[in-house]
Design a protein around this ligand. Structure first.
Ligand code: NCD
Length: 303
């Protein structure tokens, strides 16, 4: 039985197969409409989410399966003190596959160890967010045609943003990627990540000015300042509007530079950018459903 805890759980060849399947689903939706008839997905979300939970629910529903679950810890037995390991033992009796989000890093891993069904990490604290990474990789592969040979700028909260951490780990396995980390000093990418890049001899720069690097980027991955992971409100208020991508900044970029964002957006991308053909974040959300459909089929061994 396979689970998904980190994007590295799949080899790059397995990821290629998953993305081929996602692209096939995109173009032949009717063929997959009953692929999961009779199967049940449990969504166990101990932390707020719109996209991830609903995209999982949409994915399973579009495959003909059904969904059960809870969307905040307060409405589950966690509020009575039940452990994640007990919860998953019980969910294993009710469902065929489980997507779990938890504020504690490693909680989905604990669930996996006690589970009788495949568990998908749908985000654990500031640690990993593998299905967002699969979404990001599928978006890049589909819109750019390749997962190698580009300069990617990651901008915003590189310290707490788990989507950033997951994406960097996944991209280092591809050829010829150059990273440009754009953040205020306080929100720099953690040392364990720059150490990993140095050890693998992967080139990166750390800068604070978004304007300066715009002309050189093939992709710009914008992120929200992760309010819920700050220890004090003052720091959050000081840093939250540090970067605002607007039309003037977009004018500095090349004609093919794509803007990605895992969403939700707060202020970091002005709505005036939405109509720019290089703004790909809503398409990215659509790819998130196709890749989760492909993932469910793969983990249930139905593909
Ligand atoms: C991200 C997350 O939950 O980490 N959202 C998502 O799943 N698309 C990004 C964020 O919350 O900023």
């Amino acid at each position: 039985m396979r689970h998904l805890m980190s994007p590295l759980d799949f080899t790059t060849q397995e990821l290629d197969r998953l993305f081929d399947l996602a692209n096939d689903i995109e173009h032949n939706k009717a063929r997959y409409a009953h692929a999961c008839d009779g199967k049940i997905l449990a969504t166990c979300f101990y932390e707020p989410s719109t996209r991830t939970r609903l995209s999982f629910e949409s994915a399973m529903t579009r495959l003909g399966g059904s969904v059960i679950g809870f969307s905040d810890a307060g409405s589950s037995s966690a509020s009575k003190g039940e452990s994640v390991s007990d919860t998953i033992r019980v969910i294993s009796c009710y469902a065929d596959i489980c997507a779990m989000r938890h504020p504690k890093e490693g909680a989905p891993m604990v669930a996996m160890e006690h589970s009788l069904i495949p568990v998908i990490n749908a985000g654990d604290g500031g640690h990993q967010h593998p299905t967002q990474t699969l979404t990001d990789l599928l978006t890049i592969r589909s819109l750019k045609g390749s997962l190698s040979g580009f300069t990617i700028g990651l901008c915003g909260d590189l310290k707490f943003g788990r989507t950033v951490h997951s994406l960097i780990h996944a991209l280092v396995r591809y050829e010829d990627i150059h990273f440009v980390f754009i953040s205020p000093e306080e929100l720099k990418v953690p040392d364990y990540i720059t150490e990993m890049l140095k050890a693998r001899e992967i080139t990166y720069e750390e800068v604070t000015s978004l304007e300066d690097v715009m002309p050189r980027l093939d992709l710009l991955y914008m992120t929200r300042v992760q309010k819920e992971r700050f220890f004090n409100e003052e720091d959050y208020i000081r840093l939250k509007d540090f970067y605002i991508l607007d039309k003037a900044k977009m004018a500095l970029a090349g004609p093919n530079m794509l803007v990605l964002h895992p969403l939700p957006r707060v202020n970091e991308i002005s709505v005036e950018v939405d109509s720019d053909p290089r703004a790909a974040y809503f398409q990215q959300a659509q790819y998130g459903v196709y890749v989760r459909m492909a993932l469910i089929l793969t983990l249930l061994e139905l593909a």
